[in-house]
Design a protein around this ligand. Structure first.
Ligand SMILES: Nc1ncnc2c1ncn2[C@@H]1O[C@H](COP(=O)(O)OP(=O)(O)O)[C@@H](O)[C@H]1O
Ligand SMILES: [Mg+2]
Length: 230
């Protein structure tokens, strides 16, 4: 295990609860601080299963996760989940304005000690080229791209260490996709020695822009696919 590994997975497995079939075969994976990784692979190959397992959103059926070199135990899962954020392709927003959505996490127990910082939220929104009035938009009126910006700002304001991005731009137009990339890049550049991300992407050009290391998922098995030129 490398000293700087932010997340390390050792032989993690996910199974179909009904049939016990392996959705994710025993997988070793390490994400170092500062690293940006892209995962490609056919639809249904297990990319989402892998990211959700890494985020501990679904229980592991084998293997173990290490976080800064320590095994993640039941008692550290809440802190782990705050640090390792999963972003889905189709965001789910609550009724109300963009600001209501950004304030929402602070109503949850795990963030009871944190406070909504309007200026920080606005600086993230400005990084996507949007004005301050974006906060007042109704969630129900947002385009797909705007909804994803909102979902991502909602996560980034909480300053996670690692972002697990599950095809966050797959259903967006190119301009919206670039806005999302800019936002992730701004978050990463703020502290590139400590932060890391994994993108699941089907767009080879995006893969080159957002990552240095490329992995391929096939039938639940993860493999390296050579280095992408930075
Ligand atoms: N919780 C689950 N229970 C059973 N099967 C699942 C579960 N989640 C995903 N699968 C199946 O695992 C396979 C991989 O799914 P997924 O990771 O979503 O693929 P993708 O690479 O497109 O993201 C698919 O066949 C999917 O139907
Ligand atoms: Mg998927």
């Amino acid at each position: 295990m490398t000293a700087s590994a932010l997340i390390e997975a050792r032989a993690i497995v996910r199974r179909d609860a009904r049939t016990a079939a392996q959705l994710l075969r025993p997988t070793d994976f390490s994400l170092a601080a500062g690293e940006r990784v892209v995962v490609t692979g056919p639809s249904g190959s297990g990319k989402s299963v892998f990211l959700r397992a890494l985020a501990l959103l679904d229980p592991l059926d084998g293997g173990q996760l290490f976080w800064h070199g320590r095994g993640v135990e039941r008692s550290t899962i809440p802190r782990y989940r705050r640090s390792v954020a999963y972003v889905r392709q189709r965001p789910s927003l609550v009724d109300g304005t963009v600001e209501d959505n950004l304030r929402y996490p602070y109503t949850l127990g795990v963030y009871r000690h944190a406070h909504f910082d309007r200026d920080r939220a606005l600086s993230l929104i400005r990084a996507t080229g949007r004005g301050d009035d974006f906060l007042d938009k109704r969630a129900s009126d947002l385009s797909g791209g705007e909804a994803q910006v909102t979902a991502l700002v909602r996560v980034l304001q909480l300053e996670p260490e690692a972002l697990l991005l599950d095809e966050p731009t797959a259903s967006l137009d190119p301009d919206s996709a670039r806005a999302i990339e800019k936002l992730v890049c701004a978050w990463y550049e703020t502290d590139r020695t400590a932060r890391a991300c994994i993108w699941v992407s089907h767009d080879p050009e995006q893969a080159e822009r957002v990552a240095q290391r490329r992995l391929v998922m096939r039938a639940g098995a993860l493999a390296a696919s050579g280095e992408v030129d930075a």
